[in-house]
Design a protein around this ligand. Structure first.
Ligand SMILES: Nc1ncnc2c1ncn2[C@@H]1O[C@H](COP(=O)(O)OP(=O)(O)OP(=O)(O)O)[C@@H](O)[C@H]1O
Ligand SMILES: [Mg+2]
Length: 232
């Protein structure tokens, strides 16, 4: 799915996290987003995935403007985000975590879901035992489970926030291979990470969020324009 962000602004009190960010990501590509600490990368990705709302700006999916108010809205539009620390529930079994978010929740057909999970895991070369408990998994395996869960929920745009932090070299290779498979299926991956990791897999580093230091010197008109546009 093609993704476009237009003139996204977000402030947290006095902190101007995103000022007029524009970004176009074509379907079937892997894009890296670079910027120094605090440059606003996570903020931008959380806006796209419905975890926070922009002050103003537009999100277009396949050329159509959409309003994303929550992560559930985002997943309905096919956008899923993996956080650095996956949002899961340690006392659960893998299969129960996988089913989370599916309408019907825990009452969903577990046998069918187990088959789907195994099929997806095979496709990406992930070894996940559906009956194992989440708290026995490594960070990399939790990430693998979250990728499969979001795909199963219908995500066609996957956002990874610093996905190579805390995972093993083997898991990194599996992750990069999975990204290649996803891009081959026409899915879009966006990732924020350190420069070395990004350059290992991203075909393009599509966006470089402006440096926080430079932004601190920007005049306040940018956010004032946003307030006027949003009627705030
Ligand atoms: N919920 C929040 N409340 C207040 N300030 C916030 C919030 N989220 C982010 N910020 C601030 O917004 C700015 C951008 O943060 P963000 O997390 O988007 O940066 P980043 O580019 O992802 O940085 P990093 O490389 O450290 O992950 C920072 O100054 C941060 O402290
Ligand atoms: Mg971040």
């Amino acid at each position: 799915m093609d993704v476009e962000l237009r003139d996204i602004h977000k402030t947290f009190g006095a902190v101007r996290a995103n000022i007029g960010i524009n970004l176009k990501v074509p379907a079937g590509t892997i894009q890296g987003i670079l910027g120094e600490n605090g440059a606003g990368k996570s903020t931008l990705m959380k806006i796209l995935s419905g975890f926070i709302r922009a002050d103003c700006g537009e999100i277009l999916l396949d050329g159509k403007q959409v309003i994303i108010n929550s992560p559930a809205d985002a997943i309905r539009y096919g956008v899923g985000m993996l956080h650095q620390d996956p949002l899961d529930f340690p006392p659960m079994r893998i299969i129960d975590n996988f089913i989370l978010g599916q309408s019907g929740g825990m009452f969903f057909n577990r046998a069918a879901a187990t088959r789907d999970l195994k099929k997806l895991a095979d496709e990406f070369g992930f070894q996940l035992d559906p009956n194992a408990f989440i708290d026995t998994l490594t960070v990399g395996e939790r990430q693998q489970l979250e990728i499969l869960r979001l795909l199963w929920l219908g995500a066609s745009v996957l956002i990874f926030d610093e996905p190579t932090t805390g995972i093993s070299a083997t898991q990194k290779q599996k992750l990069f291979a999975a990204l290649e498979i996803l891009a081959g299926q026409g899915k879009t991956d966006m990732s924020e990470a350190d420069q070395t990791a990004v350059s290992q897999w991203a075909a393009n580093v599509h966006a470089r969020i402006r440096e926080a230091a430079a932004r601190a010197n920007l005049p306040p008109e940018a956010t004032a324009k946003c307030s006027a546009a949003s009627g705030a």
